[in-house]
Write a protein that binds this ligand. Sequence first.
Ligand SMILES: *[C@@H]1O[C@H](CO)[C@@H](O)[C@H](O)[C@H]1NC(C)=O
Ligand SMILES: *[C@@H]1O[C@H](CO)[C@@H](O)[C@H](O)[C@H]1NC(C)=O
Length: 352
Amino acid sequence: MSSFRPQRFCGVILKCSRIWRILFIAVPWIGLTYLMILPMLEKLLAYTDYTSTNRVSDDVGNKRFQTFHHNSTKQRLRYLIEEPSLCHDSPDLFMISYVHSAVHKKENRQLIRDTWANLRYYPILRMKVFFVFGAAVSKEEQDVIEKESSQYHDIIQLDFVDSYKNLSLKGVGALQWISEHCMHAPWVLKSDDDMVINTFALQEYLAYHTKGELKGGNSFPDKIICAVWWGMTVLRGTGCAKWCVSEEEWPENSFPTYCSGSAFVIPTHLVPRLYDAYFTAPFLWVDDAYISGVLPREAGIKHRPVHSLYEMNYHLIQRNMIHGNRLFCHHPGRAASRGQWWSLILAKELNA
Ligand SMILES: *[C@@H]1O[C@H](CO)[C@@H](O)[C@H](O)[C@H]1NC(C)=O
Ligand SMILES: *[C@@H]1O[C@H](CO)[C@@H](O)[C@H](O)[C@H]1NC(C)=O
């Protein structure tokens, strides 16, 4: 075989050396096969996920939990701001979305209100968004929350100390509020406040997905839809900074199967079961592992992996969200640049 000579790397494939011809033919085929195998792989993983979660709750899990389950002192969370008519005003909602937010992240909230949460984009889609807070730590903070609340009526505030290790309670508060006030919207979308979401494509995806399930005889999907993480090891000791979890906080060496907390979709009819699980499951402060892992395991709810809908690398938004078909992008940069991506999504969807 001849050594590599640039002048032989030619435009006309037939004139190339044999090795280049093989490469030209093989690479597209490998790519194509990969794209075809990926969905099958996701199905397979969903299956192993199913069997492995059952196994855990059958043997290892039970023993550990019996000692770990303390008698529940958990109570229904009390509302400080309830907004009972947020959903009731819209009997034909398609989706209710909740966003964990911190008081000082006002810019992020405003951007969400101006972009993907803005009702003027949804004459047909019918989606609403609310932000979840715990109790304010000061009078000034409470004033900020109440002022924003009276202007937008999209804040739910619950009576617990709003701290990093209480983030899980924000999720529980959202589940409680939805169970009590928004069961008529078929889908729940959880999102962080630094996500860019193509809600138009998401709605199409869910509508299509639902139709598929209807054909199969189920009235609705019964899984949490997300980028699934399997067998995530619990970080112990030092050096893991704010992610360290002690044995007392979580005795198992891994977390139950759970979702990337950036964004996930729950069929609403599962929400009361997840909320009920809060009263019996062990508490865990790692909020995504808790809401989308511990509670579903307790309630016997599984996950549907859809990694192909996520773009976690914001350098690839242009390619994969604007020109491709990804729906969720984590974009921790400036709020204004998320706004620019939203404009491009709008241009793409409204001209489609
Ligand atoms: C928890 O409840 C069980 C049954 O109700 C009881 O036997 C047990 O003593 C309780 N444990 C504690 C720590 O209160
Ligand atoms: C979480 O909230 C509860 C209820 O307000 C409070 O008792 C507890 O101290 C809080 N925990 C943390 C770690 O802030």
